[in-house]
Write a protein that binds this ligand. Structure first.
Ligand SMILES: *[C@@H]1O[C@H](CO)[C@@H](O)[C@H](O)[C@H]1NC(C)=O
Ligand SMILES: *[C@@H]1O[C@H](CO)[C@@H](O)[C@H](O)[C@H]1NC(C)=O
Ligand SMILES: *[C@@H]1O[C@H](CO)[C@@H](O)[C@H](O)[C@H]1NC(C)=O
Ligand SMILES: *[C@@H]1O[C@H](CO)[C@@H](O)[C@H](O)[C@H]1NC(C)=O
Ligand SMILES: *[C@@H]1O[C@H](CO)[C@@H](O)[C@H](O)[C@H]1NC(C)=O
Length: 558
């Protein structure tokens, strides 16, 4: 099954394909240039930042990618364009920290309402200007800072996300929809200064292997552990190529000396190697320039009045998925979100099979359902605690809930090789139908790799979703998006919100137009009062599950 490739073979392979790559690239470029109008139109909806740099991270050194079909290659090009991030002017080394963005010296200002009377009403848009300054208090002249904005009222349990636009000159605006009556407070947060993004990008270019993985190989009394990854640095050692034959997803290990590639028995996340240049750590200081609030130059609150009669309806062109009110998520996207108590959940899931695939953020849903439903009992499959697979049954109501983690790259420890399964292949094994719900949540383990790795993974999953919906159109497919998390230096270098943001945009774009539903974990974690966490707290999970159940069991008239 596994193919051993020596370094010579790899370079022969590379030179053989180099010409094809080049031709493909030229073809795609011509195609892109000829179709610019269509493309801009298609991509506008996902871009929140003006397009500047269309080829931000072109060089991935030792990462090799399999050729794509022309359609997929074009899509990849468009996706890369749509997430282009503004370049930061190159700063001399060692980094002059005083010239980087400092939230303490930056401010935001609520712009006055556009209409007469100077009052805010439900349905209006609130606009905020954000002016970024450096540590010397000088206004920044370029964009690229990672900013988050939300509007909230803790007393009302209300919160909504604001759309941030980068003007590329050191100022940004945030636009909010006013959705509830009463007092409402603006909050703007700097996640990373633009200079930190430059570092994060460089890390992905230079060290896509900064998270190491390893596999144990064993045969008889011989055993050996070697390093594995999506992208392995070329050495004298031959490689084992575990690229999936069906999905094309790449995975490699160095070949153990005296064992065959087929002797691989388990997979683990190994080490993390940090390799920052002088002073760069200073760009990632909690409480200083990482996830820090920016203060208002004037008031940070506005009072929102009820809508006048006869006024135009709420502006839902905002592209928002929803907002919190009284701690409960309300959808703006069509499906009304209902609250499901224990008996309502059982009633809703009666006769259903729910398959959850993905990382630990989707495993949380399995755990939540198991804890919430007393009759849903986990069947002991003797799986590893973190890894799964898991299965829970409610015999009386004929409910089956399963969880299975996605394939490599996955940072779990001690995953048996037999359980390294790609979601696309799992989906191909489903019958599907009215009683089948498929939930996908795959994002957080991809942050350290070139984004192409994630794009290709999603393309292969999408192909499988299309096949599933083709043979069983009544299958409900739900996708959980990425979420915000608490950031330390380590967490940032391995899984920054900026990495998640970029991947989240790609995820939405890839599944756009398909008959799948989204649970917008990004908005649901940003709009909520609870702190950001890789594994959001129970009140947020409950809201997510309510959205899921509302998709499964929409109520009439709701
Ligand atoms: C910048 O912020 C610091 C606090 O971090 C403050 O001490 C300093 O006075 C500010 N400088 C300017 C020019 O606003
Ligand atoms: C930056 O650009 C925006 C949008 O064009 C403009 O409104 C703003 O005044 C500019 N700010 C500065 C400091 O030039
Ligand atoms: C790994 O295997 C895949 C599938 O067989 C193949 O397409 C690819 O070229 C191989 N990669 C290397 C570096 O040998
Ligand atoms: C591999 O086998 C050779 C010869 O049998 C032996 O000398 C060597 O120590 C073995 N290496 C490992 C890593 O087991
Ligand atoms: C659960 O919700 C349903 C309707 O959603 C309601 O009829 C029922 O009374 C609720 N049960 C409890 C125990 O609250």
């Amino acid at each position: 099954m596994a193919v051993v490739a020596s370094r010579g073979e790899v370079s022969r392979w590379l030179s053989k394909y180099a010409t094809i790559f080049l031709c493909l690239a030229v073809f795609v470029l011509i195609f892109v240039l000829c179709n610019m109008d269509i493309l801009e139109h298609k991509m506008n909806s996902t871009a929140t930042v003006p397009r500047v740099n269309t080829n931000p991270d072109k060089h991935h050194g030792f990462c090799t990618f399999q050729p794509l079909s022309s359609t997929d290659a074009l899509e990849e090009r468009l996706l890369l364009d749509s997430i282009a991030w503004p370049e930061t002017p190159l700063l001399p080394a060692p980094l002059p920290l005083e010239q980087t963005s400092n939230p303490a010296n930056s401010t935001f200002t609520i712009l006055p309402p556009g209409k007469e009377g100077g009052q805010w009403q439900i349905g209006d848009q609130l606009k905020v200007m954000i002016n970024m300054c450096d540590f010397q208090g000088r206004p920044k002249k370029s964009g690229g800072d990672v900013l988050l904005a939300r509007l909230h009222n803790p007393m009302l349990g209300a919160g909504v996300v604001g759309q941030v636009v980068d003007h590329l000159n050191g100022s940004y605006s945030a636009v909010f929809s006013l959705l509830w009556e009463g007092s409402t407070q603006v909050e703007v947060t700097l996640v990373h200064p633009s200079e930190a993004v430059t570092v994060l990008r460089r890390l992905t270019n230079e060290q896509p292997d900064r998270i190491y993985f390893q596999s144990l190989f064993r045969s008889g009394s011989l055993s050996q552990t070697t390093t594995c990854n999506v992208c392995l640095r070329p050495t004298q050692q031959p490689l084992c190529n575990y690229t999936d034959l069906y999905t094309g997803d790449p995975w490699f290990c160095y070949k153990p000396k005296n064992l065959s590639c087929n002797a691989r028995i388990s997979h683990s996340r190994a080490e993390f190697k940090q390799n920052l240049k002088e002073k760069e750590e200073k760009l990632f200081q909690s409480g200083v320039n990482m996830k820090v609030s920016i203060r208002a130059s004037g008031p940070a609150n506005v009072k929102v009045l009820p809508k006048n009669k006869g006024q135009p309806k709420l502006n839902v062109k905002s592209g928002l998925s929803g907002y919190y009110y009284q701690g409960m998520w309300r959808s703006l996207g069509g499906t009304t979100v209902h609250q499901f108590n224990t008996s309502a959940i059982s009633q809703c899931l009666k006769g259903k099979v729910v398959h959850l695939y993905g990382d630990s953020t989707i495993r949380q849903w399995f755990e939540h359902l198991k804890e919430t439903l007393p009759d849903l009992e986990e069947f002991n499959l003797h799986s590893q605690k973190q890894v799964g697979p898991f299965m829970a049954l409610d015999f009386a109501n004929n409910i089956l809930v399963t969880y299975r983690c996605h394939g490599p790259p996955i940072r779990f420890v001690d995953v048996p090789t037999s359980q390294l399964r790609y979601i696309a292949n799992e989906l191909d094994g489903l019958i599907g139908g009215t009683n089948t719900v498929v939930v996908l949540g795959i994002w957080s383990h991809f942050s350290t790799f070139p984004i192409e790795v994630y794009i290709r993974r999603l393309q292969s999953i999408r192909r499988a979703v299309v096949r599933l919906l083709n043979r069983a159109p009544d299958t409900l497919v739900v996708i959980r998006t990425a979420n915000l998390k608490a950031l330390t230096l380590y967490e940032t270098l391995t899984n920054s919100d900026w990495y998640s943001l970029q991947r989240d945009k790609v995820l939405r774009a890839v599944f756009k137009g398909l008959n799948v539903r989204l649970v917008d974990a990004w908005e649901m974690t940003l709009a909520h009062y609870l702190p950001h966490s890789l594994h959001p707290q129970p009140p947020i999970i409950k809201n997510m599950i309510d959205v899921l159940l509302s998709y499964i069991c929409p109520r009439n008239g709701g």
